[in-house]
Design a protein around this ligand. Structure first.
Ligand code: ZN
Length: 177
């Protein structure tokens, strides 16, 4: 397993639509292992493959509170599809590993049911509520090239992107020794 570099906004790759996985083979499992290691190291609670530059519909997540303790509770979602969403909404302050150090309150359906393939390629269905529902919707947006800042006003979004571009430039300058 190896830790991968997480792409950050602004980056065109993050805006591309990911494609369905046809076969859950060893390569896809290796991808999921790398993604899990990357999300634990970040640290974050979820990651979509496109965030490490792989445009495949693959998500890994661990939302457990004691995630530093063993046994860990990783979840793997391949080709996820929402089959039902509640009308009730929930608000969480969201952040994203691809939008570093920026947070905003986002409204999303409080509950959702979704289908997916698991780590072994077996079809599964899950009923999600609260944090899991918000996380899976956030990650599934990544598969469509959508980031949480897209839900903000144009002004707020532009400000965040400007800030991130500046941070990136400064970071590049700092590497020069
Ligand atoms: Zn994200």
């Amino acid at each position: 397993m190896s830790i991968q570099k997480i792409l950050t906004e602004p980056n065109k790759i993050l805006r591309q639509k990911s494609i369905e996985v046809e076969n859950v083979d060893k390569d896809i499992q290796k991808l999921m292992d790398d993604m899990l290691e990357t999300v634990y190291a970040a640290p974050g609670i979820g990651l979509a493959a496109i965030q490490i530059g792989v445009p495949k519909r693959v998500i890994v997540m661990d939302i457990s509170r004691d995630r530093d303790k063993e046994p860990k509770n990783p979840m793997y979602f391949i080709n996820p599809k929402i089959v039902w969403k509640s009308e009730n909404l929930n608000i969480y302050e969201e952040g994203c590993l691809s939008v570093p150090n920026q947070f905003a309150e986002i409204n999303r359906p409080k509950e959702c049911h979704f289908k997916y393939l698991d780590y072994n390629g077996e079809p599964q269905e899950k009923k999600a509520d609260g944090l899991l529902a918000t996380c899976i919707q956030h990650e599934m947006d990544h598969l469509e090239g959508i980031l949480f800042i897209d839900y903000l006003s144009k002004l707020k979004k532009t400000m965040i992107i400007k800030k991130l571009s500046k941070q990136k430039k400064e970071a590049v300058d700092r590497i020069v020794v």
